[in-house]
Write a protein that binds this ligand. Sequence first.
Ligand code: SF4
Ligand code: SF4
Length: 457
Amino acid sequence: MNSYKSMDKDNQETNQNKVLSAFMGVDIPPYGDILNCMHCGLCLSVCPTYSLTRLEKANPRGRISLIKAVAEGELAITDGFVDAMNYCLNCRACESACPAGVKYGELQEAARAQIEIFQHGTIPGRLFKKFMLETVFTSSLLLKTMGYSLWLYQKTGMQWLVRSSRVLEFLLPSLARLEGLSPEIKLPFSDQSIPEQWKPEAKPRYRVGLLTGCIMNMAFPDVNQDTAEVLIYNDFEVITPKDQVCCGSLHGHNGDLATARKLARKNIAVFEKAQVDYIIINSAGCGSFMKTYAHLLREEPEYAQRAKVFEDKVKDVSEFLLMTGFKKPDHPIPLKATYDDACHLLHGQGISQQPRDLLNAIPGLELVELEEASWCCGSAGIYNIVHYDDSMKILDRKMDHIKETQAPLVITGNPGCLVQLNYGIKRHQYKGKAIHPVTLLNLAYKGKQPEISEKQN
Ligand code: SF4
Ligand code: SF4
């Protein structure tokens, strides 16, 4: 067992009469990072949960103080502590605002891993979460079985029946919210439609690996296809390994770092075997997490160095195209568009200009800046399911700004944000559509226009 008392001698001496820290195991919030917080409060104005509540325990400074209190044995891992941690969106806007460089995202991930050790929550809830994270999201077969089942539910009229009868809303409101937010499943899945090896006609500039992801593979196979086509059009050889697995971000953000490590090891081996120069990601959440594989596997001699090599190859598709140079599209898309920064692209990877430059290269596209584009949309993994009401307040704030732009195209580079923004568009009966930047670029390459219908998924 590890503890802060064994790590920090001064702390041992000054806290002799206090109980030992409740934190244990490998994934302990780093004490040095906790101490880096100087309580200046400069992060408060960018924190969405603080803006909703005005409570100290719902802002970054307050959450870090709570983590510190547990670390120093002043506080146990109580239900209150769990609530304060789980109420965080993990949007990491506070990290961008922090002058001291506090790595809030890592603190939050480790705190959630500790919560898992102490097993808070109901037994059915914990078992369901364990089954989903450890069994379903680690198995390509089970993930696809879930995808096909959802597809059948959506296409056979059952979804229409459930929604129009509103039976779920009366019987199981939380399931009704999950159902309402579920993305449309599209066949074929992208790992079935994109060839494992795809060569451009010209001599390849680089050989790149493509992560098809878990949710992206089933709900956004078209975005994966667009990504592969854009890469081919720009003379890159695209390798899409069939044996790749989920990146582990869902696990990492929900306190299951052990399974996240297992998935990271597998992906490292798979993409090493593929011998690619870069690994291209079109999902901000996945890219952000895969850029931390070296930190995740830092204690494993066999993987630490390999994870660093892997991590250095990971590029968001917009980052990669701007870095290597891309062909400017000839065909115009004469529409107004606005760009919403996905938190894990902006705050997690520091990428904001590249997607805008990509969009500005499309002839005729009028890109207007969105007020509070750096503010979370309220999606945040499963936050919109477990904290539905607050997520909707955050989404409504986003939609108000989107409506001000009057842009029919709302562009963002993360699957969760695409689902959430399209949900907001429907909720506000806004005539528009949320779309991935690479999709728009591919349409411009092909001389096609985006379809914008009244009805959104
Ligand atoms: S801005 Fe940084 S140092 Fe200041 S309170 Fe927030 S986390 Fe702490
Ligand atoms: S990650 Fe987002 S919600 Fe959480 S404390 Fe930081 S700014 Fe607030």
